[in-house]
Ligand binder design. Sequence first.
Ligand code: HEM
Ligand code: HEM
Length: 276
Amino acid sequence: MQESVLVYRNFLYLKVSAAAAGASLFAYVWHTPLGQPNGGTWLGYTLGVVSLGIVIWLAWYGIRKRRYGVGRARLEDWLSAHVYLGLALVVIATLHAGFQVGWNVHTLAYVLMLLVIASGAFGIYTYVRIPGLITANRAGLTLEQIMALIAELHEDCRKVAVTLGDEINELVQRSAEESHIGGNVWQQLSGRDPLCPTAEALVRVRAIARDLPQAQSENGRKLVLLLARQSELLGQARRDVRFKALIDVWLFVHVPMTLALLAALAAHVVSVFFYW
Ligand code: HEM
Ligand code: HEM
C-alpha cells in the first residue's frame, strides 16, 4: 500500500469528493434561509444526512477490510475512497452546522469527527512514507540480522575488554546487559534511548583509551571501534521499532474515536428530533 492509494484510478475519488464538497459549498452560498444558516434548515438537514451517510460508510470499512476473500485491489480502491471522502466531510459537516459551535453534544460529535479525520490523515502519511524509510534505515539487513550482529559485537567487546582493566570491563559488561531496544509505547515511539549504556560506554572508553599504556592502546582503539559500530546498530534497530510503532499508533485514536463519534452522532440526531 503505497502512493497508489492516493492516485487510485487517476484520482477518481479525489475528484468525486472535491465535487461533493464543491456542490455543498455552492448550495450553502446560494441558499438564503430565514435567520442564520444552521443544521435545522432543509439544506442543513440534507448536508447532515449526507455527512452521517459518509461517516457510517467510512466506519464500515473496518468490517469490510476483514472480510475473507477481499482482494488487495478492492481494498486499495476502498481505502482511496475512504481517504478522500473522509476529507470532504470536513467541508460538508462544517457547512451542515452553519459554522455554529458551542459546548454541546453536537459540537462534541463535530470535534470527534475532526479527531478521526486528523488521525486518519496521519495514518495515510505513515502508509505512504514509512515503508521507504524502513527500507532505507535497514540498509539491506533484516531486523533479525541487525539483532544478531549486535549480539556478536557484544561478545567481541567482552573479549577485548578483559585485557583493559576493571573500569572498562564494567562499562562493557553493563552495556551488554542493560542496553535495550523497544520498551513501552513512548520508548518505542521516541526511537532512541538517551541513557543508552552502550553510548555511555563508548564515550567513557574513548576518554580512558587516550591514556592507556602503550601495550594496551591497540586494544583500546579496537574496543572504541566495536562500541561505535554497536551503538550505530542499536540506533538502527530502535529506529526500525519506531517506524513500526508509528504505523500502528494512530489506529489507537482512529478506531476508538470512530466508536465515540458514532455514539455522539446517535445522541445528536436523537436530541435534535426531541427539540425540533
Ligand atoms: C457527521 C454528521 C454530523 C455532524 C458532525 C453534525 C454536527 C452538528 C453541529 C456541530 C451542529 C451545530 C450545533 C449548534 O448549533 O451548536 C449541528 C446542528 C444540527 N444538526 Fe447536525 N451533525 C451531523 C449530522 C446530522 C444529522 C444526520 C442530522 C439530522 C438527521 C442533523 C441535524 C442537525 C440539526 C437539526 C441541527 C440544528 C440544531 C440547533 O441549531 O440547535 N445533524 N450538527
Ligand atoms: C469520520 C471519518 C472517518 C471514519 C469514521 C473512519 C473510520 C475508519 C475505520 C473504522 C477504519 C478501520 C480500522 C481498522 O479496523 O483497522 C479506518 C481505517 C483507516 N482510515 Fe479511516 N475513517 C475516517 C476518516 C479517514 C480519513 C480522513 C483518512 C485519511 C486522510 C483515513 C485513513 C484511514 C486509513 C489509512 C486506514 C487504515 C486502512 C487499512 O489498514 O487498511 N480515515 N478508518
